[in-house]
Design a protein. Structure first.
Length: 118
């Protein structure tokens, strides 16, 4: 059973930056893509971006392109989400999962809260 633990969230002013971390359990981490998702109050999980398992190819939602960057360190079973130029609309709980499409995942972790506010 996969388990993901997210961390690194916090309160940041508009225009600021945060780096989130996602640590996954399991020795097969290297073989799976990992996606970042976010959930605002009252809404479903929405995909932010994803990184492939093989060549570290990344894809992003249009709302974060050019501002967010996903990277992974397979030796540490960790995926990162670097968030720059944060906007109030980025406020949400952020999650990671072993898929790139939210509907394919059910075992969401605790997530990490990101609040962008002045």
């Amino acid at each position: 059973q996969w388990q993901f633990v997210e961390s690194g969230g916090g309160l940041v002013q508009p225009g600021g930056s945060l780096r989130l971390s996602c640590v996954a359990s399991g020795s097969i981490f290297d073989y799976y893509a990992v996606g970042w998702f976010r959930q605002a109050p009252g809404e479903d999980h929405v995909g932010v971006g994803c990184i492939s398992s093989t060549n570290n190819r990344t894809s992003y939602d249009d709302s974060v392109k050019g501002r967010f960057t996903i990277s992974r360190d397979n030796a540490k079973n960790t995926v990162y989400l670097q968030m720059n130029s944060l906007e109030p609309e980025d406020t949400a709980v952020y999650y990671c999962a072993g898929v790139c499409i939210a509907i394919q995942w059910r075992d969401w972790g605790q997530g990490t809260q990101v609040t962008v506010s002045s």
